[in-house]
Write a protein of this length. Structure first.
Length: 307
């Protein structure tokens, strides 16, 4: 096999209570990527369609992630990468992660899988470092492993795939404004009061437990963020209203997707998830900012091979 075509899934990081540690993969939103084995060593980004992003390998998240992998393996060939972007950078649904994870996944396949998907997380994180200045793993982990993931630790890296309840669906509204992850990180406080931390880790534990036991009410009760959301939500027009209307429409919970501006909700069943999408649209129609709505089941596979 000399060429592979991939669906590189969009992801929701943080999932309210789990800043930098929790993430999930979406099923029907993502980029496409072609990775090709070539005689010339190294990594060349030959084409990017859909977004204006750097082709220079060291300036491109896919290029940097690919080089991190190739530094750990003795490959007698090189790779070309074509990226077809559907996920806008600065959208909050893991644009840089889709490219970083896609590149390492594709190269690993073409090399005959010297690494496990867990191993690939470390390489893909280098793309995230280029994109935001921090090698966070909460988007690349679900992109590579699928489902929900928990990044228990980054040093050393310890990523756990979490059970996904069968009837869980995500609804995402993506307002067409850009929020850079680096900016959204800069406004955060560096310390947290103990009483706030107590509420937060109660919710993280509750969410993990709710996912494993498929306890939808517990999942809903645990989708609370006392640390990041109160600060970042000011960057997102009508955030409080979108959240309130989503809950009224039947969502289990809602919050900021990654570093925003996208807002996500989780629901039990497709019908409710669609109603939540309508409720989100109704709010944004009044705001007057263009938006996209995505309704997706949770993608338990992660990146998919198209051919
Ligand atoms: N955990 C990261 C953040 C995710 O919220 O900054 C960015 O998509």
């Amino acid at each position: 096999m000399n060429e592979i075509k991939l669906f590189c899934t969009a992801t929701i990081a943080n999932v309210s209570c789990g800043f930098d540690v929790l993430g999930l993969a979406l099923d029907n939103v993502g980029d496409e990527m072609i990775v090709r084995k070539v005689a010339k060593k190294g990594v060349t980004i030959t084409k990017i369609v859909g977004q204006d992003l750097p082709l220079e390998t060291h300036e491109n998240v896919a290029g940097v992630a690919a080089l991190a992998l190739l530094a750990k393996v003795d490959a007698d060939c090189g790779f070309e990468i074509e990226i077809y972007k559907n996920i806008k950078p600065g959208s909050g649904i893991g644009s840089s992660a889709a490219s970083s994870a896609g590149a390492v996944f594709g190269i690993n396949e073409l090399l005959g899988k010297p690494f496990s998907n867990h191993d690939l997380v470390e390489f893909a994180m280098q793309g995230e470092r280029l994109a935001s200045g921090v090698a966070h793993a909460d988007n690349v982990a679900p992109a590579l492993l699928g489902g929900f993931t928990l990044v228990r630790s980054t040093e050393p890296l310890d990523v756990i795939k979490i059970h996904t309840p069968k009837e869980l669906y995500a609804t995402v509204i993506h307002p067409q404004i850009e929020v850079k992850t680096s900016d959204a990180r800069e406004i955060l406080r560096s310390s947290v009061a103990l009483k706030t931390a107590i509420k937060q880790w109660g919710n993280v534990g509750g969410l993990i437990s709710g996912l494993y036991t498929e306890d939808y009410d517990l999942i809903g009760r645990s989708l609370e963020d006392h640390i990041v959301e109160p600060i970042r939500s000011i960057l997102i027009p009508a955030f409080d209203n979108v959240k309130a209307e989503s809950l009224k429409a039947g969502a289990l919970g809602a919050g900021i997707s990654g570093s925003g501006p996208s807002i996500f909700a989780l629901s039990k069943g497709l019908e409710i998830a669609k109603k939540v999408g309508e409720a989100m649209s109704a709010v944004y129609d009044k705001v007057g900012i263009e938006y996209d709505i995505h309704v997706s089941k949770i993608n338990t596979e992660g990146i998919k091979i198209i051919k």
